[in-house]
Design a protein around this ligand. Structure first.
Ligand SMILES: NC(=O)c1ccc[n+]([C@@H]2O[C@H](COP(=O)([O-])OP(=O)(O)OC[C@H]3O[C@@H](n4cnc5c(N)ncnc54)[C@H](O)[C@@H]3O)[C@@H](O)[C@H]2O)c1
Length: 315
């Protein structure tokens, strides 16, 4: 068994790589950017837009996690044309490379999002809930990719598994998400600002739990299925701020008027993943924030040490 991870240098992909390696599974990363979090992985530099490069990278591969994408909704909003190419054409390129592998690649696991439910009217949703046309372009690219996965599965017998991730947090998260914003503000001694009363909730999923769910999806039962992988704890914005306050200490919380149209959140059921994959998130929100803070402080300390070394060498 040898697994290719597209987007394996990114936030979620890097944790999938870690768990695959911890299980002794051989891994090759396909990404535009070199993975920097560990040195023992095979890396193939290439774009999802380059079908021939993808085909070459598939040599000797048995399973693919397709996590390479423009994953930040703000980036998609700012450049919808380029984002559509990477997120949608990129997915069809992966599926086509698998089709042309003539059965050598046994599975494509596609990283989708629970945002696909954002326009449905029900408050409680599961994998059977019919989707509504999305308002956001990012979501449109994810739903289009899901449909391509299903078409390749039906027309060409390419075995696929679609995983709809909840909101991940943890080490290596990008800076623009709520937990990194609050933690970094708190470490700078700035107050944490909450719009409204802070009662809006989200369910977060700790990234290593999410990565574990990805690897469990290699099970045969997951072939041609969709699973939600969402957190179980409901965390309000107020609780996020209070958790950061508890972990870091000496942080002020300030309340400002609510913004119109703040998303209230939906209840996404992950029961199918529990029943069929044996997946359940294990890390509590407080523990996850603690691990993120430790990772972030270590990252800053390493960067500071590197600057000090450069400074010294210039003297
Ligand atoms: N982070 C989230 O909040 C979240 C939530 C739900 C679903 N997802 C999905 O999970 C997947 C991974 O997201 P992430 O948060 O790890 O994102 P990320 O931005 O950290 O990682 C994406 C990776 O894709 C690579 N990539 C981008 N364009 C490429 C191209 N043309 N060719 C090759 N590689 C390319 C990037 O270099 C990066 O390493 C994405 O499909 C995303 O839509 C993310």
């Amino acid at each position: 068994m040898k697994v290719l991870v597209t987007g394996g240098s990114g936030f979620i992909g890097s944790h999938v790589v870690d768990i695959l390696r911890a299980k002794g599974i051989e891994v090759r990363v396909y990404d535009m950017v070199m993975p920097t979090y560990r040195k023992d992985i095979e890396y193939y530099q290439g774009s999802l837009l380059d079908l021939e490069a993808l085909r070459m990278a598939f040599s000797g591969i048995t399973d693919v996690f397709h996590l390479g994408a423009v994953a930040d909704v703000k980036d998609v909003f700012e450049d919808p044309h380029a984002s559509e190419a990477i997120n949608v054409r990129g997915t069809i390129n992966v599926l086509e490379a698998v089709r042309r592998s003539r059965g050598a690649v046994k599975r494509v696991i596609y990283g989708s999002t629970t945002w696909v439910y954002s326009e449905v009217t029900e408050q409680y949703v599961d994998e059977q809930t019919p989707l509504h046309p999305p308002a956001h372009l990012y979501t449109a690219t994810k739903i289009a990719s899901e449909y391509y996965c299903q078409s390749y599965s039906k027309l060409y017998n390419v075995p696929v598994t679609i995983l709809r991730y909840g909101i991940p947090y943890g080490p290596r998260a990008r800076d623009g998400a709520v937990v990194p914003i609050f933690v970094q503000k708190a470490l700078r001694g700035e107050p944490l600002t909450i719009a409204g009363d802070g009662s809006q909730f989200r369910k977060f999923v700790y990234v290593e739990d999410l990565a574990e769910g990805n690897v469990l999806a290699l099970k045969t039962v997951a072939q041609n299925k969709i699973y939600n992988l969402d957190g179980t704890e409901k965390v309000t914005i107020k609780q996020i701020a209070e958790t950061v306050q508890k972990v870091i200490g000496n942080v002020k919380i300030e309340y400002v008027p609510a913004r119109p149209g703040d998303f209230g959140g939906k209840e996404v059921a992950s029961q199918l993943a529990k029943n069929e994959l044996g997946w359940e998130p294990k890390v509590s929100f407080e523990e996850g924030v603690r691990r993120y803070v430790e990772w972030y402080k270590a990252k800053v300390a390493t960067a500071d040490a590197e600057w000090a070394r450069v400074d010294q060498s210039l003297k």
